[in-house]
Design a binder for this molecule. Structure first.
Ligand code: NDP
Length: 276
């Protein structure tokens, strides 16, 4: 019997499951196997990107699973070379072809690349795709508040979601309050990495107390804070473990204790400099 993941509503009307499968850095064949295993156990959100070179594997896994296309929320992202209005449309079409689908649930600008200076044009392209019904939701990844301010000012269109590096070491006080103010959903990439997080006494003590694994404690922390999380695993056992978190609740004190592991931004990639 597949498990059910709760969903939350996005600004432009779509519903997104609060937990999904990350697919980087799996190759196409491994991705197909993992996506099928995830869909069979109840996952309904899959995260991929042009840059991962595994979108075809996501499509293969979806078809192999027998789960219907409309039941699955597919996110993909495009690179800097598509940062223009027409480019966003082309990136969308190429991703659809590789995935073997005719629409995308959520399309993201992977990195702002401010040095390239074109992310607002890419955002106009995404807004047009949303208007045309080609995508159900649009968003950004690795955007700082200043980047978000710029695209909102230029278009009046607020992203549904911003996908950022967030875990107990990186609680992202620099971004989360801005997202909350603008009703942008926060999505966590590398939610479990580095894996030293899973050996932190705060986490292992909670795992003992709740009879859960450390990864389950971290993923429950993210989802109880209102975030969407996308742990990657290529192990069927851990894929199942990571989705089995919706039958217990951490207390407010537990949530605060986990947030106390924050390292004040250390290791968060600077998206004014890093990007592709
Ligand atoms: P994760 O934090 O999801 O960690 C993945 C690692 O944790 C793998 O080594 C995995 O090993 C291990 N793991 C998974 N589940 C468990 C568990 N229950 N117990 C112990 N270990 C576990 O890191 P990622 O960097 O992969 O991030 C997740 C996803 O975020 C990516 O796959 C990608 O989709 C997205 N991403 C987005 C970025 C962006 O710029 N927007 C950047 C980086 C990632 P194993 O497979 O053996 O289980």
């Amino acid at each position: 019997m597949p498990l059910t993941v709760p969903t939350i509503g996005l600004l432009h009307g779509a519903q997104i499951p609060v937990l999904g499968l990350g697919t980087a850095p799996m190759n196409g064949a491994d991705t197909a196997v993992a996506v099928r295993a995830a869909l069979e156990v109840g996952y309904r959100l899959i995260d991929t990107a042009e840059a991962y070179h595994n979108e075809a594997g996501v499509g293969q896994g979806l078809r192999d699973s027998g789960v219907k296309r409309h039941e699955v929320f597919i996110t993909t992202k495009f690179d800097r070379k598509w940062h223009s209005v027409d480019g966003a449309r082309q990136a969308f079409e190429y991703s659809c072809r590789r995935l073997g689908v005719d629409y995308i649930d959520l399309l993201l600008i992977h990195w702002p690349n401010p040095g390239h200076g074109q992310y607002a044009e890419a955002w106009k392209g995404l807004a047009r795709l949303l208007d045309q019904g080609a995508v159900r939701a649009i968003g950004t990844s690795n955007f700082k508040p200043a980047h978000l301010d710029r695209i909102i000012e230029e278009t009046g269109v607020v992203p549904d979601l911003n996908q950022i590096n967030l875990n107990p070491y990186k609680t992202r006080g620099d971004s989360v309050p801005y997202h909350v103010d603008h009703k942008i959903i926060t999505q966590c990439w590398s939610p479990l990495s580095p894996t030293e997080i899973l050996a932190e006494p705060v986490i292992t003590e909670l795992a003992d107390r709740y009879r859960r694994t450390p990864a389950q404690i971290v993923l429950r922390w993210q989802t109880q804070l209102g975030y969407v999380t996308i742990p990657k695993s290529s192990s069927p056992q851990r894929i199942r473990e990571n989705i089995s978190i919706f039958d217990f609740d951490l207390t407010a004190a537990d949530l605060a204790a986990i947030s106390g592991l924050d390292q004040d931004g250390v290791g968060v990639p600077d998206s004014d400099v890093v990007g592709h």
